[in-house]
Design a protein around this ligand. Structure first.
Ligand SMILES: Cc1cc2nc3c(=O)[nH]c(=O)nc-3n(C[C@H](O)[C@H](O)[C@H](O)COP(=O)(O)O)c2cc1C
Length: 359
């Protein structure tokens, strides 16, 4: 596969633990995502034959361009895991150098690798030797902390190892989601390396794609939370004017349920799993804020202190209390009649709405 050509102007669904489940990827692909990433898989668990980890390598039969993302800090293990990913149909394999979670970094995984550019180089070298001509890519943050923004060094290490492309999430590990993504830094990487650069961070609206691309010169963009909050961002990215009214949003939710039933099955176990995934997705879907009355759009970094739903159904979609989500699950899985009347809204609705829970 010619990855450079594939990336040219691409709008990519980011690797997301849980969020990148197979049916949700299919939904995003239907809505226009050019490339989809699986959920991060741990190389060591794959080598141990851990079955749930192998499920993360599974590609949907109709997935057009599918990447597997691996986490690990040992070149040999990562090379072997990359081979496993390729035998299961990955179009390319990505190295996670961004995960900020303590449980990972304490074991030297994810963003901990940013402190060891040489290690990144050796991991990529081993993976490239194992799976060429299948491309190896690397996803990085700007650095471990605000004092150690070593992204140019890390990017050079990835290139030296033979990476075919680089995704830059424009924040440090320490920044988590608190600061706005630094797209100028994405641009610095773009200017410093010959391989394609994918920019990532804070995309929620289509005009931001054009603006961030112009600002950074990046070849492609990657969307994570935006895809969870409004999967139709991929249609908008293609210039479609999307109906974001409640009926259209509910139709999209029902389509996810169809795709998820195909994947998880309709027996008790499958329904339990789907319920769990639906609750996860409802936690993001409810954060969608439509265009304001004055015509402006909210950005990822803004908090909507007060958002006035246009009607009752929209108000219900916006609720983030567990009773409302239970009700939506019932509605989606068993139908409107079974769900009955919606639960009363909790009395305190004035809380500021965070776009992303920390974690
Ligand atoms: C629920 C969730 C799970 C994530 N899991 C991963 C992951 O497994 N691998 C990874 O590289 N990044 C992961 N990320 C980070 C995103 O890929 C992305 O880099 C980050 O959210 C910034 O993009 P955004 O501003 O579009 O959300 C995750 C993000 C979210 C919200």
């Amino acid at each position: 596969m010619d990855l450079r050509a594939k990336l040219d102007g691409a709008v990519i669904m980011a690797p997301m633990t849980k969020g990148g489940n197979l049916p949700y990827r299919r939904l995003c692909q239907e809505l226009g995502a050019d490339i989809t990433f699986g959920e991060m898989a741990l190389s060591r668990q794959l080598l141990r034959g851990h079955r749930p980890e192998f499920a993360l390598l599974k590609r949907a039969a109709d997935e057009r361009c599918f990447a597997v993302q691996l986490a690990g800090n040992n070149g040999e293990e990562m090379a072997e895991a990359a081979r496993l990913a390729v035998t299961r149909g990955a179009d390319f394999v990505d190295v996670n150098c961004g995960c900020p979670i303590e449980e990972m970094t304490r074991r030297g995984l994810g963003s901990a690798l940013l402190r060891k550019p040489k290690r990144i180089e050796s991991i990529v070298t081993a993976m490239v030797a194992a799976i060429a001509p299948v491309p190896v890519t690397v996803k990085i943050r700007l650095g471990w902390s605000e004092d150690t923004r070593n992204y140019l060094e890390v990017a050079a290490a990835a290139v030296a190892g033979g990476a075919s492309a680089l995704t830059v999430h424009g924040r440090t590990r320490a920044a988590r989601y608190r600061r706005a993504a630094d797209w100028d830094a994405v641009g610095e990487v773009r200017a410093a390396v010959e391989i394609p650069v994918v920019g990532n961070g804070d995309i929620l609206n289509p005009h931001e794609i054009a603006a961030f691309r112009a600002q950074s010169g990046c070849h492609a963009v990657m969307i994570a939370r935006g895809a969870l909050i409004k999967p139709w961002i991929f249609s908008e990215a293609r210039g479609a004017v999307v109906d974001d009214g409640p009926e259209a949003r509910i139709a999209m939710m029902r389509r996810y349920v169809e795709l998820a039933r195909e994947h998880f099955g309709v027996d008790e176990r499958g329904t339990r799993r789907l319920t769990e995934f639906l609750k996860f997705h409802l936690g993001f879907w409810c954060r969608y804020v439509p265009r304001r009355a004055d015509g402006t759009l909210s950005s990822m970094q803004e908090r909507e202190e007060r958002f006035e739903p246009r009607n009752e159904l929209e108000a219900l979609l916006t609720r983030d209390d567990p009773a409302a989500h239970e009700w939506w699950v019932r509605n989606l899985l068993e139908g409107e009649a079974a769900a009955g009347a919606p639960p009363a809204a909790p009395s305190d609705t004035s809380e500021a709405r965070e776009l992303m829970p920390e974690g």
